[in-house]
Ligand binder design. Sequence first.
Ligand SMILES: Cc1cc2nc3c(=O)[nH]c(=O)nc-3n(C[C@H](O)[C@H](O)[C@H](O)COP(=O)(O)O)c2cc1C
Length: 195
Amino acid sequence: MEHRNRLRVVVIIASTRTGRFGPTVAGWLVERAGRHPDLETDLVDLAEADLPATLTDHDEEPPAAVRALAPRLAAADAFIVVTPEYNHGFPAPLKTAIDWYYEEWHAKPVAIVSYGRESGGRHAAAQLRQVFGELHAVAIRDTVSLSRYWNDFTADGGWPKPAAECNTTVETMLDQLAWWARALSEARTASPYQA
Ligand SMILES: Cc1cc2nc3c(=O)[nH]c(=O)nc-3n(C[C@H](O)[C@H](O)[C@H](O)COP(=O)(O)O)c2cc1C
C-alpha cells in the first residue's frame, strides 16, 4: 500500500468570548480529523493566541504574538475555521487574525465549520468565502453547519448525539479538504505560488 505523508491541518477556534461553545466544536472536529488517514491537526485557539486588535504599518515588525503564530500557519497544508455567527457575521477577532497574515494563507484550502441558531452560521461562512478568496486561499464547497447545536447534546452532556447530521457531513468535508490539501501541496512544491 502506498505510504503518504500526513497533511497538516490548522484548526482555528474563532470564538474568544467567555462561556463560548467553540472549543466543544473544535474538540469534536480534531477528534474526527484524527481518524482520517491523511490528516494531522494543530489546534489554534484565538483566545490563547491573544493577537493584538490593532494592526501595525507595513514596515513595522509584527508584535510578538503575531510572530509566534506565524510558523504554525505557514506550516499548514490546510485550515479548518470553527466559527460562530454573531449578527450575521463572523467574530471580529477572527477577521483581525486573518488580516495579520498574508502568504501563510496562499494557495491552501480552507474548510468552514459554522454554528449558531437557525441559520447554522451560514451567513458567517459565506462572508469567510469572500475574505479567503482575496487571500488566494480556496474555500472548499462542503461545510459543516450546526444549527441550534444545543439540541444535539446527549442526556449525559456529551456532544454531538450519535445521530446528529454533522457526524456524516464532517466526513465529506474532511475528504474534500484532504484532496485539496494534497493537490495544492504538490502544486506549491512543483511551482511556488505567485500572488
Ligand atoms: C453577539 C452575538 C450575536 C449573535 N448573532 C447571531 C446570529 O446572527 N445568528 C445566529 O444564528 N446566532 C447568533 N448568535 C448566537 C450564537 O451563534 C451562539 O450564541 C453561539 O453559541 C456563539 O458561539 P460561541 O459560544 O462559541 O461564542 C449570536 C450570539 C452573540 C453572542
